[in-house]
Design a protein around this ligand. Structure first.
Ligand code: OGA
Ligand code: NI
Length: 361
């Protein structure tokens, strides 16, 4: 047996025998940050990723590749053609000169940090895996069904389909900025749906009329500094459970996308918003727009903060848009409701396989 397969076997053993450890970690209610606060120098084996998660290292000859940056101060036609090209080839782009003020972006990152860095006892009160209101904080949503844990804690804030959250339903340390940033990012999302509709040759309201933005979830990711970054991931490889995702990241970096079999860095640009196509947009466009796999490396430098906003659909059937189909381009996916798609995504956990595969015909 080669050394790599020995490691694989050991990994499987750890995974099958770790329920107690997973529970113990959950019951601390302090997340990954709690481990770091204890001053650990070795990370628990629960967080060890199998060697093949690291096998496709960034190819240094490919560093000339960077995802497109689209300047929203250009003409509408220029913007639409760049959005089309980026969505078809990269599935990712960065937007600069959008309408969200820089101070709102800075306040949102600070607000995220303030939440995770508040008094642990106060934060523990909010830790849960059962959603009862618009706000939910925990670590590793797939703690009990993922093969290897991610070095990340998160909170989510649901803006829709229910009424926007009331301030008193949100943590006091970040409620004002959550509501303020939420309003701005939803507006930018709507602009993007218009541009994407036009990029597909439709009228600007086409995607909005399909209810692609009925449910909106903001997710703040906190990636603590990691003492053994070569053994774990900040966030396991996945594609997004959304139509589109708008991401605000800080200056640290670590987000990478899988492009033509190479991991490409999504370089932090001050003031930019990263936009990516999610699984259900790939499904409705019958593979024209790409939901690209991505991951976040862990890092000895940290914490890193990011805030992702997922635009999702509702209780109706989504399938490849009829106008995009032809004899040469038959449907590649079966229809699904957004909640059936999400049920599959969450039940599967982050296991390195894209959730959209399950819906392929
Ligand atoms: C996500 C995601 C990237 C990041 O939350 O789905 O891919 O940089 N986040 O945190
Ligand atoms: Ni993602």
């Amino acid at each position: 047996m080669g050394s790599s397969s020995t490691i694989e076997a050991k990994f499987k053993f750890n995974c099958d025998n770790s329920l107690q450890e997973r529970k113990a970690f959950d019951e601390t209610k302090a997340g990954v940050k709690g481990l770091v606060d204890q001053g650990i120098l070795k990370i628990p084996t629960l967080f060890h990723h199998p060697p093949n998660n690291f096998s496709k290292a960034t190819n240094s000859t490919n560093t000339k590749h960077t995802i497109p940056v689209i300047d929203f101060s250009n003409t509408r036609q220029e913007i639409i053609s760049k959005v089309r090209e980026a969505s078809e080839t990269w599935g990712f782009f960065q937007v600069v000169n959008h309408a969200i003020p820089l101070n709102v972006l800075e306040d949102m990152k600070d607000g995220g940090l303030r939440f995770f860095e508040q008094d642990t006892e106060v934060k523990k009160e909010m830790y849960t895996r059962v959603r009862t209101g618009p706000f939910i904080y925990n670590s590793n949503f797939d703690l009990y069904n993922s093969p290897a844990l991610s070095w990340r804690d998160t909170f989510a804030c649901h803006f829709a389909p229910n009424a926007p959250p009331k301030p008193e339903e949100l943590p006091v340390v970040c409620r004002d900025i959550l509501l303020d940033y939420g309003e701005h990012v939803v507006k930018l999302g709507m602009t993007l749906f218009e541009l994407l509709s036009e990029a597909l040759g439709f009228n600007p309201n086409h995607l909005k009329d399909m209810d692609c933005s009925k449910a909106i979830m903001l997710l703040s990711n906190y990636y603590p500094a990691c003492p053994e970054p070569e053994l774990t991931m900040g966030l396991t490889k996945h594609s997004d459970s959304s139509f589109i995702t708008l991401l605000l990241q800080d200056h640290i970096g670590g987000l990478q996308i899988l492009h033509q079999d190479n991991w490409i860095d999504v370089r932090p640009i001050p003031g930019a918003i990263v936009v990516n196509i999610g699984d259900v947009m790939q499904l409705v466009t019958n593979d024209r727009f790409k939901s690209v796999e991505h991951r976040v490396l862990s890092n000895t430098i940290g914490p890193r903060i990011s805030v992702a906003c997922f635009f999702r659909g509702q209780e109706k059937l989504y399938g490849p848009i009829k106008e995009l189909l032809s004899e040469d381009n038959p449907p590649r996916y079966r229809e699904t409701t957004f909640s059936d798609y999400l049920a599959h995504f969450y039940a599967k956990g982050l296991d390195g396989i894209s959730a959209i595969e399950y819906f392929k015909l």
